[in-house]
Design a protein around this ligand. Structure first.
Ligand SMILES: [Zn+2]
Ligand SMILES: [Zn+2]
Length: 429
C-alpha cells in the first residue's frame, strides 16, 4: 500500500511529487479494474437486451443515465461492452487494471476482427493517441466511407480530394443542371433516386390495380419517370428539413376527430388508433377538425395550439426531453399530461416537452407520465418510478485489489517499423 498523499508532508517537492504519482498509479489501476467490471455488467445488459425495458433509447443512453458520465464517455464504455467477446485479452487487461477504458475504447471502436492479441500487446505500451493512429493504419477493405479522418495528423497517404460541381443554364422555358459528382456521392444519389422511383412505381401499380388494371386509355395516369423521382427526392429532403427545426411546423397533417365517438382519421386517409390520435393531437403540429355526424363543427379549440411564447416558457423551464436521462433537445413535442380531448388545458402546468421517441413510447403505453408538470412522475410499465439520478453512491466494498497502473510508457512511436494489424485473408488456408 502506498502512503496517502497527506503523508508526503515534510518532503522536498520532487519526493512529494513521487508520492503523489505513486498514489495516482494505484488509483488508476483500481479505476481501470472498476471500469472493467462495469463493462462486463453493461455487456450483460446489452446481451440480454435488458436496457429495452428501461425506456432508454440505446445502451450508451443507459450508461450515461445510470453512471452519470458524459455521452462521450458513455459511448466509449458501450463500444467496449458490445465487443467484449471479440477482445477478451484487451478486456482482461482492463479488469486487471493494466489498461485504461479509453485505450480499450479506441480499439473496440474501430479495430478489425481478430485483432485482440495484436492490440492487447500494443496497448501495454501505447498511449490512446498512438492506439488511434495504429487502428487508423489498418488496411480497410473498403476505403470509401471514412472521409473524416483525413485532416487529422499527417500519417498515411493523402489521396487527392475529388470535387463535384453544380451549374445551371436555361432558356426561359426549361432549365438545365449539370451535376458532376465523385463516384461515392454519385452512388448515393443514384441509390436515392432509384429508391424514390421504385416507391413511385409501386404506388402507381397499386393505384392501377385498384381501378381494375390498365384502364383509362389516354387519360390513364402515366408511368412515373426519373423527373418525378427527382422531385420526390427534393420534396422528401425539404420535409425532413422542416421537421428538423423544432420551432417550425413539423407537418401539415390534417386529422378529423369525431367528437361523439372519439374516432380520429387522417384527411383522406386511414382511421387512427387511440394512441396515434392522441399523439398527433398532442402538439400543434397537426390540424384537427372536430366533427359530429360527419359535419365539421369547428377547427379545434384554438388554445390547443402552442404559441411561441408558451413554447419558449416550456423550453426555459426544461430545455430537453423530460424523460430521465434522455437529453434529446431537438424536434421536441409538447405533450399534454392530461390530454386535450379529456379536457386538459394548454398551459404550462399541463405541458411537458418530450422527444418523439419517448412521446410515442408514452402514447403506446410503455411509460406513464403524470403531473402536474412541476411534480412530474414518470414510471415504467411495471409502475416503477424512473428518475434521472445516477446510481452512484459511496462504496461499501473495498476497492479492487490490483497492482498500480503507471500508464503506458508513451515512448515515441516509430511508425516506420510498425506493422499494422492485417486480417488473414480467407484464402490463406
Ligand atoms: Zn402526447
Ligand atoms: Zn426522450
Amino acid at each position: 500500500m502506498v502512503a496517502a498523499s497527506s503523508g508526503g508532508v515534510g518532503l522536498i517537492p520532487k519526493e512529494r511529487l513521487e508520492v503523489l504519482f505513486a498514489e495516482l498509479a494505484e488509483l488508476s489501476g483500481q479505476r481501470n479494474a472498476i471500469d472493467g467490471r462495469m463493462v462486463e455488467i453493461f455487456a450483460q445488459i446489452e446481451g440480454e437486451q435488458l436496457w429495452g425495458m428501461t425506456g432508454a433509447r440505446s445502451l450508451p443512453a443507459v450508461v450515461a443515465w445510470k453512471t452519470g458520465v458524459s455521452p462521450g464517455n458513455a459511448h466509449t464504455m458501450a463500444a467496449v461492452a458490445r465487443r467484449v467477446g471479440e477482445f477478451p485479452r484487451c478486456v482482461q487487461g482492463l479488469k486487471e487494471g493494466r489498461l485504461s477504458l479509453d485505450q480499450v475504447g479506441v480499439i473496440a471502436a474501430r479495430a478489425g476482427e481478430g485483432s485482440d492479441e495484436h492490440y492487447a500487446e500494443l496497448a501495454s505500451v501505447a498511449t490512446v493517441t498512438q492506439l488511434r493512429t495504429a487502428v487508423r493504419l489498418e488496411p480497410r477493405p473498403d476505403p470509401s466511407p471514412a472521409p473524416e479522418s483525413k485532416s487529422e495528423s499527417g500519417s498515411g497517404p493523402v489521396e487527392p480530394e475529388l470535387r463535384g460541381s453544380v451549374s445551371k443554364s436555361g432558356d426561359g422555358q426549361y432549365s438545365w443542371w449539370r451535376i458532376k459528382l465523385p463516384a461515392v456521392q454519385a452512388a448515393t444519389f443514384d441509390a436515392a433516386l432509384g429508391s424514390h422511383l421504385e416507391g413511385l412505381m409501386a404506388q402507381w401499380k397499386r393505384e392501377r390495380e385498384a381501378v381494375g388494371g390498365g384502364g383509362g386509355g389516354e387519360f390513364a395516369v402515366p408511368m412515373p419517370t426519373m423527373v418525378e423521382a427527382f422531385l420526390a427526392l427534393v420534396q422528401a429532403g425539404w420535409d425532413s428539413e422542416v421537421a428538423r427545426r423544432p420551432q417550425g411546423q413539423h407537418t401539415t397533417v390534417v386529422m378529423h376527430v369525431d367528437v361523439k365517438d372519439r374516432v380520429g382519421s387522417l384527411h383522406l386517409g386511414p382511421v387512427l388508433s387511440r394512441s396515434e390520435r392522441q399523439l398527433l393531437g398532442c402538439d400543434a403540429s397537426c390540424e384537427v377538425w372536430f366533427e359530429r355526424d360527419g359535419e365539421p363543427i369547428g377547427a379545434g379549440r384554438t388554445t390547443r395550439g402552442i404559441s411561441r411564447r408558451l413554447r419558449r416558457a416550456l423550453e426555459y423551464r426544461h430545455p430537453g426531453c423530460a424523460f430521465p436521462g434522455c437529453g434529446a433537445s431537438r424536434g421536441l413535442h409538447a405533450h399534454h399530461i392530461v390530454h386535450w380531448e379529456d379536457g386538459g388545458a394548454t398551459e404550462l402546468a399541463n405541458l411537458v416537452l418530450l422527444c418523439p421517441f419517448h412521446h410515442r413510447l408514452h402514447h403506446r403505453g410503455v411509460i406513464t407520465i403524470t403531473g402536474p408538470a412541476d411534480q412530474l412522475c414518470i414510471t415504467d410499465s411495471d409502475g416503477r418510478v424512473l428518475t434521472g439520478a445516477s446510481l452512484a453512491r459511496p462504496p461499501t466494498q473495498p476497492p479492487p485489489d490490483v497492482p498500480p497502473c503507471p500508464g503506458p510508457t508513451g515512448e515515441r512511436a516509430d511508425w516506420w517499423w510498425y506493422q499494422p494489424y492485417e486480417p488473414e485473408s480467407p484464402t490463406a488456408n
